[in-house]
Design a protein around this ligand. Structure first.
Ligand SMILES: *[C@@H]1O[C@H](CO)[C@@H](O)[C@H](O)[C@H]1NC(C)=O
Ligand SMILES: *[C@@H]1O[C@H](CO)[C@@H](O)[C@H](O)[C@H]1NC(C)=O
Length: 376
């Protein structure tokens, strides 16, 4: 008899423990709940130049998309798998279990709301995982887009394929420009192949809720961080169906650093990264392109402000684990949640413009609500 109140107390404290230790990614702002699904493709037209056994190039991506009310039948998507979480925890010396505390806003395997999609490819920074852009991807999906966040096989830290095989990054230490270019070239090919695959009914019918007719892609855009931002420009040049792109703080590479890109493109840089000190951005800007373009600067942002690092350092309360200078070097001074609010608004406005023909005013001039953004 006396046991029961004790048990209740026990449950209550467990609940409380969960409450204080669990954290959520920033809530999405759109009207849709979000589903996710890992989509795996193999490009049999090329061997993987980085794979020890030179098998066909394999590409794994997470799809984020609007789902139906039956999302409640599904579990929250895990933020990242245990293997990738262990990699991040050991590289940043975080207490074990830190990443497991993170809850996403999405539901794994929940059915797609409609097979007609506006698609946004997402290419990661060099050596980064597709998982660490969930804050941006979930939000775009909540506003109706399908985001395909691509891992870059052998450059993203650990890629766990659905067949159980694992590709561990083999980026050389102190990567030279020339070596970096090899990884870059494969990413551009990956993006182009991903667009083709996501437009192939026989491949996409496995995506939950899609059905035998497959996805109907009604427009494609691309977004990338760092090396992935550069890849967005080159993928647009290589693939006609990619209509516009955003480069988050990445120096350009390949042909687009100097050549025309006749399609809408945005350079969004951290504080002090702009075309006065980045020759590749200057080259792009000075090219005779007639494509619509903007160069924006986010005050107080550093290079990794354009990833989940920024909000997660804040919500997980990790600041005290590192010297202040380290935090500033990684994610700047803007504050991670604020930085994400702004990136979400500008990214969505761009894709609404390019893929949904919306005529917002956000790119005409500085907006009083977002004084951290300046036009350069
Ligand atoms: C990489 O650079 C660091 C710092 O300059 C140096 O100590 C290290 O030996 C280099 N590694 C290789 C493999 O060249
Ligand atoms: C552009 O970058 C330079 C060099 O870092 C910096 O001095 C300048 O303030 C930046 N411009 C703007 C408008 O942020």
């Amino acid at each position: 008899m006396i046991l029961e109140p004790l048990l209740n107390l026990f449950h209550l404290s467990l609940h409380f423990l969960h409450y204080i230790t669990g954290v959520s990614l920033p809530a999405t702002t759109g009207p849709n709940k979000v589903g996710t699904y890992d989509f795996f493709i193999t490009d049999t037209t090329r061997n993987d130049v980085f794979a020890p056994t030179h098998e066909y190039r394999r590409i794994l991506m997470t799809l984020y998309y609007p789902t139906t009310p039956t999302y409640t039948d599904f579990q929250h998507s895990e933020y990242m798998t245990a293997v990738v979480a262990a990699y991040y925890e050991s590289s940043y010396d975080l207490p074990g279990g830190t990443i497991k505390r993170i809850t996403t806003n999405s539901y794994y395997g929940a059915p797609l709301k409609s097979r007609n999609v506006k698609l946004i490819l997402l290419s990661t920074g060099f050596g980064m995982s597709r998982y660490v852009y969930a804050t941006l991807a979930e939000d775009l999906a909540s506003h109706g887009y399908m985001v395909a966040a691509l891992d870059a096989t052998y450059d993203s830290p650990v890629v766990e394929f659905p067949d159980g095989k694992v590709a561990v990054a083999n980026i050389p230490e102190n990567t030279t420009m020339e070596e970096g270019t090899r990884y870059y070239d494969e990413r551009v090919k990956d993006a182009v192949f991903a667009v083709k695959s996501l437009s192939t009914a026989s491949l996409t019918s496995v995506i939950p809720g899609v059905g035998a007719k497959g996805l109907k892609v009604e427009g494609v855009g691309m977004l990338g961080h760092s090396l992935g931002g550069a890849a967005a420009a080159d993928a647009m040049a290589a693939e006609d169906s990619i209509l516009g792109g955003v480069n988050l703080d990445g120096s350009l590479s390949g042909s687009t650093a100097t050549n025309d890109l006749e399609k809408p493109f945005i350079l969004l840089g951290g504080e002090g990264h702009n075309r006065t000190n980045d020759e590749t951005w200057k080259g792009f800007w000075d090219s005779p392109s007639k494509g619509w373009r903007r160069e924006l600067s986010l005050k107080g942002a550093a290079h990794l402000t354009f990833s989940d690092y920024a909000p997660l350092i804040e919500v997980l309360g990790l600041k005290h684990l590192f010297p202040e200078e380290t935090i500033e070097e990684l994610v700047g001074t803007i504050g991670g949640l604020r930085a994400m609010t702004i990136q979400r608004v500008y990214l969505r406005a761009f894709f609404d413009k390019v893929l949904a023909n919306c005529k917002g005013k956000l790119f005409d001039e500085a907006a009083p609500a977002y004084p951290e953004i300046s036009f350069i």
